[in-house]
Design a protein around this ligand. Sequence first.
Ligand SMILES: Cc1cc2nc3c(=O)[nH]c(=O)nc-3n(C[C@H](O)[C@H](O)[C@H](O)COP(=O)(O)OP(=O)(O)OC[C@H]3O[C@@H](n4cnc5c(N)ncnc54)[C@H](O)[C@@H]3O)c2cc1C
Length: 477
Amino acid sequence: MEPKIADGLRAIVGDRGLTTNATRRATYESDGLAHVRQVPDLVLMPRDTRETAAALRFLKEWNVPIVPRGAGTGLSGGATPVAGGVLISTARMRDVIEVDSVNRFARVQAGVVNVDLTHACADHGLFYAPDPSSQKACTIGGNVAENSGGPHCFKYGSTTQHVLGLVFVTIDGEIIDLAEPCVDPLGLDLVGVFVGSEGLLGIATEVTVRLLPVPPVVETLLAIFDDLDSACDSVTDMIAARLEMSAIEILDKHTIDAIEASVLAAGYPQNAQAVLLLECEGSDVEVAAALRDIEPILARHGAYDIRRARAADERARLWAGRKGAYGAMGRIAPDLYVTDAVVPRTRLRELVRATTDICEKRGLKVANVFHAGDGNLHPNICYDRRDKDELARVLDAGDEIMRVCLAAGGSLTGEHGVGLEKIEGMEWLFSHDDLAAMCRVREAFDPKRRMNPGKLLPMRACMETRSAVRPNEPRNG
Ligand SMILES: Cc1cc2nc3c(=O)[nH]c(=O)nc-3n(C[C@H](O)[C@H](O)[C@H](O)COP(=O)(O)OP(=O)(O)OC[C@H]3O[C@@H](n4cnc5c(N)ncnc54)[C@H](O)[C@@H]3O)c2cc1C
């Protein structure tokens, strides 16, 4: 890349805000979709909205791809700079700007780590509800871009339900200030358009989020099963019975074994074929009523033991095991392909089986740990990306899993986004006209499609829209 570009950017963000060194740039070559890698030409770390805007205004004349990045925990390749260019990281935007405990909102810089936000408001008796299992690392900006979920989104809804405002910078360096917390926005809901846009519409620099009161009573249950099918069926029945729970997670035998052999050992019984991790929150009366209804359903489906966490540290350990499951699977194989699909909750048993069969018939080892209450499956395929044949089988299995879940009335992704991993699948799910409409929204913000090229929207669909890219424009996707 032109040395003049680095010089111009250095003048804006200073030496510490720019990485040109090849070894250090290589650490940004992929996210959690580890088999696709491309080193960015430059890595920029602005400190705030103003620096981000100045950098994007400067870069406009150079016509290079721009890739936003939070912590790089994404699992669909969203932050991988497939077309090279300048990767803009929010790693130096880590301030909690304001916690307004009366009006129950917080304003944070986009690089604030999810769990740090909850820590920052704990003294006020408040918390931020969306809790991805990666919450100790992932950023609020990344959560916004992916519309992330998490175990407790079963009760509280995903990120989009908790974002009240935003400041973002467009590809041209214009600052769009929508930070004022707005419960019912007038006019077009641009915040709603931005959430889930996977870095295609601009770079979020500040986010205003809803905070909720910490519930007075929390009960965590671990229900233990002899088989995975029965655990799935109990979830279907609990949903049908309209029971009030805040989280319903399933972990299968492979996952339990990996966790129990790791430093995160949570006390999950190793002779179980599956466990359900359930949580109920609310007043004494509400929680007691929910537990009264839940326990008979679990017992009817063959849960042979139902344990209640006796104290906060036991509850924390049960959750640490669940949230550390992907890391623990490093014991099984060096790489993990975390698939992510949504299926109707009435068909959990059948589709968990189908996805497992898809992997096993290709000789792949799969471990299931998933947000069962949301019907959000995560068949996690353990593999070694250096083995090209195995990698090909993994990708083939991932494709078939997507097709089977879509055919069952599900969706492409529950929470990890489309990124570059599922971009082809967009054409299976959406019509030509649907995709063209999405491309036009993108082009209203970024006519040349320089922001995060190669993600979310298939190139073919975008090329066919009104302002198709001019043929001699390099590397735009
Ligand atoms: C162990 C593990 C567990 C996980 N569990 C969950 C889970 O329970 N639920 C869930 O939803 N996801 C989960 N994920 C996936 C991932 O953590 C989330 O998608 C998360 O929101 C990504 O945040 P990040 O800061 O790492 O973003 P990155 O990976 O850096 O980026 C993700 C996307 O957001 C864009 N982006 C990042 N920051 C900005 C910004 N400021 N402005 C505009 N675009 C931006 C990037 O371009 C990219 O497209 C998990 C991942 C791992 C590794």
